[in-house]
Design a protein around this ligand. Sequence first.
Ligand code: BEZ
Length: 212
Amino acid sequence: MALHIGSTAPDFEQDSTHGKLKFHEWLGDSWGILFSHPKDFTPVCTTELGLVAKLKPEFDKRNAKVAALSVDSVESHNGWIKDIEETQSTKLNYPIFADEDRTISNLYDMIHPEANDTLTVRSVFFIDPKRKIRAIITYPASTGRNFDELLRVIDSLQLTDNHLVATPGNWKDGEDVVIVPSLQDPEELKQRFPKGFTVVRNYLRTTPQPNR
Ligand code: BEZ
């Protein structure tokens, strides 16, 4: 069955560069970012996995665990990690799943046969601590992802969960946000947004970012 926003993230057990991992158990009470790449020893993937290693402290700050995957073996991943570390000047500090039998790729629909029969596309699944899929993005093999965008999406999801606000187009951390339309009670609005808010239209109300 196709996975959507709101679906429960499928659990699985699979080999990785950090040993055999049970996905839900490994996630614990963290957020999870599960991202696939097409193939080891390829140029775009090398830059992507290096970037994620450098951004790991930012994912940690957000209580988010990251894991990569492709259909290559652990031996292949381990050989490639040396290249990533050398060429991208970083230490690979998160697991890469070795999905040789396609357990994960099939569960998460990461192989798109019209693009390629055997290789995973560049998928990203954002999973919350209740194991719900909260966002999904998919890029083709030829387009490296913007990993700052992943952090921006987590920030937005966490702001919605914690403060009942949504983030406008092109929003950046620190900029004004919008109050979710379902929130109408004047007393609750006053309590939740002590910095005040601006009514641009009755459905468009902006407020300073609450956690700043
Ligand atoms: C790359 O990572 O550079 C790549 C991988 C598969 C197909 C095309 C590009």
